[in-house]
Design a protein around this ligand. Sequence first.
Ligand code: F58
Length: 830
Amino acid sequence: SSIPLKSRETWKKFAVQKFDSKDSFENSFVRHVETTLARSLYNCDELAAYQATSETIRDNLITDWNKTQQKQTAKDQKRVYYFSLEFLMGRALDNALINTKTRDLVRDSVDDLGFNLEDLIQKEPDAALGNGGLGRLAACFVDSLSSGEYPAWGYGIRYQYGIFAQKIIDGYQVETPDYWLKFNNPWEIARNEIQIPIDFYGYVEHTKNDNGVKKSNWIGGERVIATAFDFPVPGYDTKNVNNLRLWSAQPTTEFDFAKFNSGDYQNSVQDQQRAETITAVLYPNDNFDSGKELRLKQQYFWVAASLHDIIRRFKKSKRPWSEFTDQVAIQLNDTHPTIAIVELQRILVDLEGLPWDQAWSIVTNTFGYTNHTVLPEALEKWPVELFQRLLPRHLEIIYDINLFFLQTVEKQFPKDRELLSRVSVIEESQPRQIRMAYLAIIGSHKVNGVAELHSELIKTTIFKDFVKIYGVSKFTNVTNGITPRRWLKQANPELAELIESKLGSDAYLKDLTLLKKLEEYADDSDFVKKWAQVKTNNKARLIGLIKRLTNIEIPNPEALFDIQVKRIHEYKRQQLNIFGVIHRYLQIKKASPEERKSFAPKVSIFGGKSAPGYYAAKLIIKLINSVAETINNDPDVGDLLKVVFIPDYNVSKAEIIAPASDLSEHISTAGTEASGTSNMKFVLNGGLIIGTVDGANVEITREIGEENIFLFGNLSENVEEIRYSHRYNGYQLPESLEEVISAIEANKFGDGNEFRQLVESIKYHGDHYLVGDDFESYLKAQELVDESFKDTKEWVKKSILSVANSGFFSSDRAINEYAEGIWNVESINT
Ligand code: F58
């Protein structure tokens, strides 16, 4: 459907011009105010100005987006598709300004037009289509894929409600809906012409063709339409703009006449409307599998639409199926899209008529699977019965995949029935369940963990049998990373400027290892002073945020800011942190006014959401708020200690919080945090870390040096043994922790009874997360922190050296590793 040659001259004459000067920006801005928004200079408020600015940037992005897609189609290289149920993007405007290097120009222009750019940026709601680390990782990855000019698309769901907004009322978390699309969203392109039918339920017809070959045909029983929304993803300092395609569910317009004829019009329309609920809301659990039918519907809906899209694109090239894997790589972000393995096999066998084995070899060479957790309660399983109803043909295919797999295992390890039942995709429990991680391993050519320790752990624990079966080469590691564009340049403009003044350019934003040169300035007193000043300014910015959100005054920006922000989870051990705070409080109370002078002033800052149904995590939030209430109002304490819980932690708040830490806490029970990524954000912004030997803390230590990090606690190799010993030999909490618990029980922080479950799980029910075992070691590490912080010069030096050596943690490096080691995909300009 392209334009005939004779008309093309006319098109070319009017080819869209990108804005590239103040004049052209302002021209476009005014046009958008008057036409797109139907307003004028008499009624253009900040929201309208934000929208007109965004529309103007959007025009530029779409122009480059179009060219990028044309170029990628012309080059016809292998593409990578990143399947993720979550993309925690945050705000788009500031990021687009930075990546397209138009920020200064736009700041001056909106100033001419009577607005302040920083204020306009604040008007944008966060695109919060994710829970935490996994979703934010996907967002950093699409940034790096665009910046590295890889031919790559992200595929996900356009939820109408993102992760809930958290209110704190009387110290308790209250969830309110995040209806982020209430204004027109300038960052998406509605592709209403793309309408893909997706079926559910129904039954399978088994027939034979003329040659007597068995054929299976799934007849769906309910149909919804997937329609596409495209989000342009601009790379940094390149014209490359990749696509993030998010699907939205719509009702079909094919009506069920039987129902409508029965005269029940109202109910029939209602049935149709139910289609939209599929993409209505993001499930708010982190590291927990909820197993709800609607969740499985979301997964199949998104995966089926994405594969349909990819196959349509592939078929346009008229290549034989044997070349599919030269053209397509698909990465499964956790097991959530695992059904794609089955769906592709179904398409190839049932619809395209390929023999099973040929289809299966295409499938396994297409997919790679990333695991993000070893926690058993987070590993996805689905009841067989649910599959039987919702996706009957897929269940048959799963049975066949499993059968063929078990047959090869049986050949390899004859008579090992135990092994067969351990690795079977079907768990023979009541009810029987499908183990999605096993299916993902069997259907992929590579399986990776997200940090070295984690990748070793999956090989020796949850996937041990599969290493035996497939060999160790199927398993690999790609340590996570973060994008320095958002997490340094955008979040910390002052630090970025100071760095640029020494490195001479912004090239480090594309090659983060260039930060290494900062080592030369670690003893340069002028540089050290400026470095410290940037930190103080960022702390002042955070003080302002805290005041606005909580009304708490932080009197002293020189105090040590000790921050733990992340999802609230027992394994992440915010309880260990708050017990440490209580301990400190009790020490201050015991001290004489004279002795109190020796305490270094400190601000303990928490933030994070609990899953709505996670009782223990909600209790931790309440405890933090109750402790804050007592301490912040105790005149004996004064400015020595403040405790803050920042409500509704999200990406845009993280951008203010990460640059403001002196110390951040990454204190999970060893072996539980697969990687962590906020640890990288804090280090890149010149904060030091107190942490356990867990996740990416291990590599952070290796890169920045162990003299620049405060490690403590038991090691992962001992955790099981300690738990076992708790169970069979009993255990005793250290005196220091008993004292803390007694203070809670003595109602020093509101009604102590309220926290009984929290206390009892540690005191009497095995202390699964080893809070007692690590407490003393944690306190010691904190003492060391206090000691070090007193020596400002030494502390700042550690900070500079940490940043200088954090280049490894760029998501650009992670993406290059995936491209080479897993996808076999090349950048478009190589
Ligand atoms: C996180 N997982 C890991 N899952 O906990 C963290 O260590 C790691 O750094 C990060 O992934 C990136 O690799 C995580 O965020 C979820 O939120 C899932 C959401 C859907 C339900 C299951 C948990």
